[in-house]
Write a protein that binds this ligand. Sequence first.
Ligand code: IFM
Length: 471
Amino acid sequence: MINFLILLLLLYLLLVVWMNLRHPAVRWKEHKINIAEYTFPKSFFWGAATSAYQVEGGSYNADWAEWEKTYDVSGNPRIKNGDRCGKAADHWNRYREDLRLLKDFGCNSYRFSVEWSKLVPQPGKWNPAAADHYVEMCRFMRDLEIEPNLTLHHFTLPRWLAEKGGFEHPDSINYFMDFTHKTAETLGPYVDYWATFNEPVALALMGWIRGVWSPGKQDICLAARVLGNILEAHQQAYRILHATIRQDSDGDGVPCRVGIVKNITIFDPARKWYLPDWLCTTQINKLYNDAVLDAFHNDRFRFNLLNRVRYRKELPGLSDTLDWIGVNYYTRFLTKFDPNSAQRVQAFPAKKLPKTDMDWAVCPAGLYRALQRVNGFGVPIFITENGIATDDDQLRKDFILKHVDALHEAILDKIDVRGYYYWSLMDNFEWAEGFAKRFGLYYVDYQTQERTLKNGTDIYREIIAQSRSKE
Ligand code: IFM
């Protein structure tokens, strides 16, 4: 009996050592940062990002506009403080002013999305006025020498499509094809960089697992199906974009480059000596990060969680549908086995790290790790989002400086990063958090819609100026 227990103990120790060796801690030395020494690749994209629903205003035909009117099971409004997106930051009417602000800041690229519910307000009905609006906006970017980087789907759906089940239903793939085709015909002459989807896993997690975003479901099997359909839609959209767009608008010889935007969150075990924490971490990491990324290596999407979900979808050719990959990185969580919670796992920010208003830990090393994670695709990488919600100017400054430094370290280590977009250009509607969380480089007074540059953003301006002066 004693021998058996000793054997078990040894086995346990071996497994813990093995897990630790397989996932070595990233050596991240705090070093003196000197931005004057930075060298970034030529024509690096320095930008800021937004999404249509969060800034444009007037998206009353989107599923989210309906969702905001509903209440949760405890009778609380879905959005903090009962906020409604409404006019948001009125970017629809103020895009010229906003793009000039972006230009004055020194940026040379803008990541934005088009609002599907404005372009296709009813099934099969293309809205030429909305299409003209985006044409004007893209032309204006070209006039300002700002490279547009367009995302087709950033979380919202036309209401009519959400009523049909949205991406739960395979028909959504055809609707997305149609939308992609028309958008490509309309904006292809001005836009070379296209992303099909923004953060599919965040969407599935919040909308179908936690149920705190539209459509408010808690069904992990449906979440898996949504992801499978989104990946198939990406694959088809890739081909449509390449087949439709023939005009090279930025003169680099390539008319269109298509990617997908993946949010990468870093998860580490809270207790490195405790096997159950390692198992939870591995599982969360698989579902949140690896399932979608691996699909692009294996041409097969698998989403498995013990006896709760086993989903598999063959996607032959998916691995040929990335010209670039977008990484959205914000934070790192520690994960811990918790037998008392319903999910048996807790994810929380490390105590000793500074926190943003989202209660996310500030962890620049995580950005380096996220970039390492996608480096294996062998395609250019863009940091399509990275930013901080905070009222603390010093924290904002540190955040930007240290994350750009992590990005620079990655470039020094030969990771092919071609651009960085701060999230976001101006304060915006932060989904279930409403307007209280302010990520913008520019503060928005929602009464007057006045924009004011925030303190602590100068460092980004300096880095950009420094980088561009060396071109
Ligand atoms: O505001 C969101 C954005 O829509 C998607 N990425 C994360 C941001 C901050 O939470």
